[in-house]
Ligand binder design. Sequence first.
Ligand code: UD2
Ligand code: MN
Length: 582
Amino acid sequence: DSKTKEEVLDSLEPGIQESFIKYKVAVDPTVKPVKKDVLNGKEVVVNIKDKQINAVDKDVRNTGVHKVLSLDMTQAPRDANAIGQFGQAAMVPSDKEQEARNRWNEGHFNVYLSDQIPVDRAIPDTRPNTCSESVVHDDLPTTSVIFCFVDEVWSTLLRSVHSVLNRSPPHLIKEIILVDDFSTKEYLKDHLDVYMSQFPKVRIVRLQERQGLIRARLAGATIAKGDVLTFLDSHIECNVGWLEPLLERVYMDRRKVACPVIEVISDKDMSYVLVDNFQRGVFKWPLVFWWSRLSEDIIKKNHIKDSDPIRCPIMAGGLFSIDKKYFYELGSYDPGLDVWGGENMEISFKIWMCGGEIEIIPCSRVGHIFRAANPYKFPKDRQKTVERNLARVAEVWLDEYKDLFYGHGYYHLLDRSVIDIGNLTDQIEFRKKCKSFKWYLDNVYPDMVAPLVKAEGLVFNRGVRKCLALQKGSLAFERCDLSKLSQHFNYTWMRHVRQKDVCVTAQGKGSRLAMQPCDNTKPQLRWLHKDSNSALVEHLVTELAPQRLCLEAGALGDSMQLKECEPTSPYQKWQFTHYHTG
Ligand code: UD2
Ligand code: MN
């Protein structure tokens, strides 16, 4: 019985687009052994140039592999007329608009519509066509699916759980663990237990105080019995065949961490929206998660198919499968991260730098409601919480590159009397086993621009047409000479004008310049210097110097001091030899 997917879909009753079908093939003719390789201790046959892409265990090939065409397991016919059915956009009737508006804040999406849509609605199968060629092993590991939530909307929580139950092969689901991170909503108490008691695989864990998503995930992981941990947000819908391709990657190599493509469930009309292929998760400074599409050049040059796994420098955070033992070998998450944010950076750097890989698997797709705001309260200030988490990650993982993090608007985090980032001893100890951040940039995210300094070289003054030089510990002007190291300065992310470990400093108007040991926490050592065009060094506004002052060369070229800024004065224009953009 090997019908094509199209034939199967054609034969279905109207109104049922999905049904449980699994294709078994004795030997898949599309898999052509090319070379033998040893992956993870197993001998495998690799059928495509790159072993990353598709490998099938030799023995399993002979005994039978199956195509990932496991469609929806729900056999019951669906109400084709229900709103939002098949992932279509739903509309709020005009007499319900006020109600819909009122309920928006319960989840920061259209909660009214979500409640009208069947909890087991069908959604379009958005997998690339080439996914029907891919095969998975018959003996995949089992997984524990972990949802943690705080005050999640009832209908979205249920839809998330149903989508896992309905669209995953039962033998691969060890259990579904719901970790309630101290929700306050009544319906999440007794009701949830009663509702979920019809599904023996669902376990509910209740935290006795608010832990935040990081420690809530850890609480779920601790009790998980599956071979693999699969973390999901609590407002998602897993698409057909989502699980097998993730587990396949972990099976191929237990250090692979597999993420589905995250598709969009519209917060406004709840429609299921297909996303663009070839997206990677990356970061921008200061550690902001970002999507970046592979360039057409790279896709062409490497003959990347739309179903090929994509190496991913940073995971979005919410949805991934990881071998349970490997998760603990990695030291799991830093448990000192609070509530929300930064843990995706932490685990991503950790995975890559300590010997693993993160991949986005295009044949696995999960919809997620992206919300414009967090629908739950932060126990402390939201911004401070996230900044503190990021500072912990930067301190542990970024090495000398942490200046780029702080230098993108986070100078205030350097003052530890203002922000206590907590103890990092364990994290720093673990990190010693891993590769450097420079290695990560060079090998995992080479298109990232991360210059260690903003500008460097000679510091030329346009007025006196001379360069700064350090003579016996004090600053002077000299005829510019690139060969003289005493004329070389860096302009750093800390906004220091520095030579080795001494920094140019000034104390208020009219004061003479001096050199002081560099110290990242001292704001008075910072200078603002935009670029070579507006080339000008201004003293930062500080408590000592509330008015912004500019460094001016004396007309004779024998002195320099802080003066009121005059944007047109060439004596206040300073230019470094070389500027880095990034
Ligand atoms: C993204 C991730 C999210 C997480 C976050 C950074 C996706 C789709 N989502 O933001 O998983 O990595 O970035 O931290 O990649 N929750 C708790 N306790 C809390 C706060 C949240 O249990 O104190 C739950 C929440 O109910 C949800 C999950 O954690 O199920 C993620 O939170 P979110 O949906 O607000 O995060 P999101 O999607 O904005
Ligand atoms: Mn989310």
